[in-house]
Design a protein around this ligand. Structure first.
Ligand SMILES: NC(=O)c1ccc[n+]([C@@H]2O[C@H](COP(=O)([O-])OP(=O)(O)OC[C@H]3O[C@@H](n4cnc5c(N)ncnc54)[C@H](O)[C@@H]3O)[C@@H](O)[C@H]2O)c1
Length: 257
């Protein structure tokens, strides 16, 4: 690894498991100081915590228990981040849940839960991050004051079978990314998304629909969390200098098929 994120302070939601965990680990290995924001610390897939993996590898991280659906929790976590590290360079809005229901089975309670984490949580994360970013100077050698990386999905652009509220929430994340990119471009904010295809995360016995996902994926394997982390490093770094409002597919060709 290189030092593509050296000196940067990067906040990653849902950092305990899966894609968020891979992003946090990769960011730390690229020299970032990483804030791990999640409701739990144990990874869904098992194994050591993200915090211990980063620390054991010589990286720098700070765990802050955070529920992204709560403004007061996000506000407090980013306030603590700034108090600890002095600035916030990168906000990765990754935490999300799904309920697996079609429209007629979707209760108001379930819809509200998915939207409060997947959509309102991203709105809160973007808003609190940009409140800080517009006040700080760019780091040396950079033109941007801060970067947002939202984790969307190919779902929301194509149907998420039997996952109504999830698909709607992800379509909203793609739109939110464009709107923020346009509204804050002149303030030095770069805002992009990564749209994963099927990435192997979670407990091995909890993986369903893999045959369907492989049938939709031209490449001969499904995705790894590290595939998404590679895209996130680019969008978080100074190399992402003239790209904003983009939704970068990381899907083995799913959306080209
Ligand atoms: N895995 C895939 O195939 C896939 C495909 C497309 C998009 N995505 C997106 O990638 C992101 C990560 O997916 P994943 O598969 O790694 O998920 P995951 O379920 O493995 O991990 C999600 C993490 O988010 C945390 N989380 C849940 N609710 C939270 C809350 N309210 N506040 C803070 N943290 C919370 C969980 O504790 C968990 O650690 C999500 O946005 C998901 O929609 C995943």
């Amino acid at each position: 690894m290189t030092d593509r994120l050296a000196g940067r302070v990067c906040f990653v939601t849902g950092a305990s498991s899966g894609i968020g965990r891979a992003i946090a680990r990769r960011f730390a290995s690229e020299g970032a100081r990483v804030i791990l924001a999640d409701t739990v610390s144990d990874p869904l897939e098992g194994g050591p915590t993200t915090d211990s993996l980063i620390t054991d590898a010589g990286g720098t991280c700070l765990s802050i228990p955070t529920d992204v659906s709560s403004w007061s929790a996000i506000d407090a976590a980013i306030t603590q981040t700034i108090a600890t590290f002095g600035r916030l360079d990168v906000m990765v809005n990754n935490a999300a849940v799904s309920d697996g229901y079609r429209l007629l089975d979707t209760t108001e309670e379930s819809w509200d839960r998915v939207m409060s984490i997947n959509l309102k949580g991203v709105y809160f994360g973007c808003k609190r991050a940009i409140q800080q970013m517009v006040k700080q100077d760019p780091l040396d050698g950079d033109e941007a004051r801060g970067r947002i990386v939202n984790i969307s999905s190919q779902h929301g652009m194509v149907c998420a079978p039997s996952d109504f509220s999830y698909g709607v929430s992800k379509a909203g994340v793609v739109y939110m990314t464009r709107q923020i990119a346009v509204d804050y471009a002149k303030d030095g904010i770069i805002c992009n998304a990564v749209a994963p295809g099927k990435i192997l995360t979670g407990r091995a016995d909890g993986m369903v629909g893999l045959d369907y996902s492989q049938s939709r994926t031209p490449m001969d394997r499904l995705g790894r969390p590290e595939d998404v982390a590679s895209a996130a490093v680019y969008l978080a770094s100074a190399e992402a200098s003239y790209i904003t409002g983009h939704n970068l597919l990381m899907d083995g060709g799913w959306m080209a098929f």
